[in-house]
Design a protein around this ligand. Sequence first.
Ligand SMILES: N[C@@H](CCC(=O)N[C@@H](CS)C(=O)NCC(=O)O)C(=O)O
Length: 150
Amino acid sequence: MAKFSFDDPLFAQFAFYSGVVLMKTILMSVWTARHRISSNTYASPEDCKFFGDKDLKPKYDNQNVERVRRCHLNDLENVVPFVLIGVFYVMSNPNPAYALLHFRIFAGARLFHTIAYLAPLPQPSRALAFGAGFLVNVSMAASVIMAGKY
Ligand SMILES: N[C@@H](CCC(=O)N[C@@H](CS)C(=O)NCC(=O)O)C(=O)O
């Protein structure tokens, strides 16, 4: 069966979970914009002029906006590596059940990380969610390095 085709169940599962976490990451921009508009907090003079009144000045210290931005950045630090490593991981012929477990744990951990960050939930809930996703990425990267060693 051709690799990198949706006929390959492992690739289709990887694509599904990648799509979920990438969609979540993309939507963080919308969530940031929502907080910016509701609090009149814009980072650039032209945005202040366009969205606010003419005397509005740029602001960088709104706690809600900054929290969503940190959450978005954390997604970029973890979701982008997941998708990149995952491509090589799927090519390395992993055990399908074990691979699916990796994808599910990662997606669940990242969704929970967002809830924990935005709610916010008391620590160590966010740290545990980050740790679970991080370990999945490390495990997949280790498998890729082992499969690719020369
Ligand atoms: N870039 C991260 C690296 C460590 C990390 O990702 N920690 C997790 C668990 S505490 C986190 O949610 N950090 C908050 C953040 O990135 O804003 C940081 O500055 O904290």
